[in-house]
Design a binder for this molecule. Structure first.
Ligand SMILES: Nc1ncnc2c1ncn2[C@@H]1O[C@H](COP(=O)(O)OP(=O)(O)OP(=O)(O)O)[C@@H](O)[C@H]1O
Ligand SMILES: [Mg+2]
Length: 511
């Protein structure tokens, strides 16, 4: 937008004042004429048809589909047969890791409703004017991105997706989130005022949907306006199904291949998922399938084969050597290393925590891009162990004459949150007692100074990540027992779960 502004400014500077004024007025008029003041598309309010479209585009995601069909039903009842239905419903917000289908769901909602689809990304937006536009006194001014989107949609009731609402920033140029509030608030948005336009525009027919990777960074006032629907990521089993039913047929079509020319066996898909991707969504999986399609296309064009068959065995001819290893069991054979489970924007992940000791004066060193909360957890873990040293059979003097160093590898990734408390306590105890942690065991939980374990969030994501990485046993806070119902049964069956109320129990279960 800046580039355009400068060019426009240069152009205006070369004109006579009258000509420049004329140009500015012309472009304002252009906008007034082009905006869809009363142009709208007719809604398709056929629930059966809508359900078919949603099911055709996406596997599972039942809660989301259910919510959308309810939304449609309300729209239908309120519209009384006419199509000028007002979308005063709540704003939906899809929250989940990359590649779980947030954007593509938006697209298919638009298709199901028969509305236009428009998408803008709010990521990195810091300037209020990007939402609300610049005043016309500003050279090269334009309306904000919302009205630009509507002009592109050529209708005043599109499905309007605001991506990455968790990445809106604030600085001296003003706070875009306050402008967003006005856009998203059904009480106010029937007369949205854009600085450029100066005439209020009615946004109340637009169906806004927002997406985010994480819920926490969204300003509370905005979060309050929205109905959050979580898409937590898929299991291997679900991914195989999505690949067979959706991704492979789509990639075949995109590469001009026929079904009879490429056979991807189920075990090949499983191997792609396990050895060539590490993600909660399916974006990389789709990319790898595309790579296989490309190489198949070439073989067929070169007439090397008529039918390409990919199995787990010959997969490396297509995708090269295994990219991700399941090295979990191997890395915890030494005392002082424990595996934690973290909740990241990309879903869940496992996290190694290493503790070591050297001669020194009793200080605690922490490295690996840890946030404040995580540093405090480490302090709490150490204080608890010191207070319980005798019962645990640790020589109390070992704290005085040594420095303790806790490191969380993968230092390039900032990590924070209280849920690593238990893992730190276990890693420290394991080091002090010179006893390795049981193999293929991971844990999560916040701790208190009195040795209690508190519940943590993101259990489904964490459990899925643990299963992906080859963990066999998970120790969870006792109060998280109920969250296991969100974990699909085929994953629950593969893992063993242990629950702990106190650090002492956790130590007994892990060492
Ligand atoms: N349940 C599903 N069924 C079929 N296809 C799916 C499903 N989930 C995701 N996909 C496919 O995965 C791809 C990536 O999805 P999409 O671009 O919507 O991700 P996203 O959630 O918007 O990610 P990001 O946060 O990175 O924007 C799309 O091609 C989509 O069709
Ligand atoms: Mg997206």
């Amino acid at each position: 937008m800046k580039k355009v502004a400068i060019k426009e400014a240069d152009r205006l500077a070369m004109m006579t004042p009258a000509a420049a004024e004329y140009t500015v007025a012309r472009s304002y008029l252009d906008w007034l004429i082009a905006l869809p003041w009363s142009k709208s598309t007719d809604d398709k309010l056929d629930i059966v048809q809508a359900k078919r479209i949603l099911d055709n585009d996406h596997y599972d995601l039942e809660p989301v589909k259910k919510r959308i069909l309810e939304y449609l039903s309300v729209l239908k009842l309120r519209s009384n047969g006419s199509t000028a239905a007002v979308g005063k419903g709540p704003i939906l917000c899809f929250v989940g890791p990359p590649g779980v289908g947030k954007t593509s769901l938006g697209r298919s909602i638009a298709r199901a409703l028969g509305r236009k689809f428009i998408r803008i990304s709010l990521g990195g937006m810091r300037d209020e004017a990007e939402i609300r536009g610049h005043r016309r006194t500003y050279i090269g001014a334009l309306p904000g991105r919302v009205l630009q989107g509507l002009r592109r949609a050529e209708s005043n009731n599109p499905v309007f997706m605001l991506d990455e609402i968790d990445k809106v920033g604030t600085d001296f140029r003003g706070d875009p989130s306050s402008a967003l509030l006005e856009v998203l608030d059904p009480q106010q948005n029937n007369s949205f005022s854009d600085h450029y336009l100066e005439v209020p525009f009615d946004l109340s027919h637009v169906m806004f949907i927002t997406t985010a990777n994480l819920l926490e960074p969204i300003p509370p006032a905005l979060r309050d306006r929205m109905e959050v629907i979580e898409l937590p990521g898929y299991t291997e089993h679900e991914k195989i199904h999505i690949a067979t039913k959706y991704l492979v047929p789509r990639q075949l079509a995109e590469h001009g291949l026929k079904r009879s020319q490429l056979v991807l066996s189920k075990d090949a898909l499983a191997a792609i998922i396990r050895d060539h991707t590490r993600e909660a969504g399916v974006r990389n999986l789709e990319r790898q399938i595309a790579a296989i399609c490309r190489s198949t296309a070439r073989r067929i064009v070169e007439r090397k084969s008529k039918l390409v068959s990919v199995t787990a065995r010959n997969l490396k001819d297509f995708l090269g050597p295994v990219e991700f290893f399941h090295d979990v069991a191997e890395r915890t054979t030494e005392p002082g290393v424990a595996i934690g489970l973290a909740w990241t924007p990309a879903g869940g992940d496992i996290l190694f925590i290493e503790a070591t000791q050297m001669p020194g004066r009793g200080s605690l060193i922490l490295t690996g891009s840890l946030g404040d909360v995580m540093r405090e957890s480490a302090q709490a873990a150490l204080s608890y162990l010191r207070s319980r040293a005798k019962q645990l059979g640790i020589d109390p003097r070992s704290f005085e004459k040594t420095d303790i160093h806790i490191h969380v590898p993968a230092g390039a990734i900032p990590k924070d949150g209280p849920s690593a408390g238990v893992t730190m306590a276990v890693a420290l105890t394991s080091m002090l007692m010179r006893k390795p942690v049981r193999p293929a065991l991971a844990m999560t939980g916040e701790i208190t100074l009195r040795g209690k374990i508190l519940p943590v969030g993101g259990i489904k994501e964490k459990v899925l990540a643990a299963a992906r990485s080859g963990v066999k046993t998970i120790v969870l806070p006792d109060q998280n027992r109920k969250d296991l119902s969100q974990v699909p049964p085929e994953i629950r069956r593969k893992l063993r779960f242990r629950f702990a109320k106190t650090i002492d129990t956790a130590l007994r279960l892990t060492l």
